[in-house]
Design a protein around this ligand. Structure first.
Ligand code: GRF
Length: 203
């Protein structure tokens, strides 16, 4: 089974996926890592792991449609069963989402549906929540709004800062993302006809 990973930054989730792959816990092979930011550290991680690392800078395209069209082409060259969004900081066009519907997983640093969008840790802290966390979800046209498949929680203490929360959440992201990817590639997790199933049961 073939995986393409999209990133924009450090790629610590990518590193967790590579680690899982090394230990045969991913259910597939990462064939390419694509970044819209040419300087993303994650590209270096990919290269060092012997994975094709592609920089596709969005600044070189006139429109979102043109960029996503180019992205679709690069992705399809690798014939992926699954596209993993691991910190890919771009809003996707409907055309892109429809092309890969049911084959795209994203990780988001909040317990969705709470805190869609950016600055999730700061917003959770400002609200004084006791529990925060991360979610893996299928990607749909609604930003951070697709069906959730797996979440991990962490406690928020009065001592927490944005940085400490980010660290706690990241540690949990690295645990749950490879699991969800493996479920999908094993055929256990599916998203079809607007419904998520795991082992044939509605989630
Ligand atoms: C993670 O917090 C993820 O939830 C969000 O972007 C961040 C990516 O971090 N979508 P990294 O590049 O994997 O370190």
């Amino acid at each position: 089974r073939r995986i393409v990973v999209l990133i924009s930054g450090s790629g610590s989730n990518l590193a967790a996926l590579i680690e899982a792959q090394t230990h045969d816990r991913l259910g597939g092979e990462i064939k390419a890592v694509i970044s819209n930011e040419p300087g993303a550290y994650g590209l270096k991680r990919a290269h060092e792991a012997g994975i094709e690392a592609v920089a596709l800078p969005h600044r070189e395209y006139d429109s979102r449609e043109a960029y996503d069209g180019a992205l679709i082409k690069v992705i399809e060259r690798h014939e992926p069963d699954l596209i993993v969004l691991a910190g890919f900081m771009r809003i996707l066009t409907p055309r892109f989402v429809q092309r890969f519907m049911g084959r795209m997983l994203n990780i988001h640093p909040s317990l969705l549906p709470a805190y869609q969008g950016l600055d999730t840790h700061a917003r959770a802290l400002a609200d004084g929540v006791d529990v925060h966390g991360c979610s893996v979800h299928f990607v749909t046209e609604e930003l951070d709004g697709g069906p959730v498949v797996l979440q991990a929680e962490c406690r928020v203490t009065p001592e927490d800062s944005v940085e400490s929360l980010k660290e706690k959440v990241h540690a949990r992201e690295h645990l749950i993302f490879p699991i969800a990817v493996q479920w999908f590639l094993q055929g256990r997790l599916q998203y079809a006809n607007d419904a998520v199933t795991i082992d044939g049961q509605p989630l």
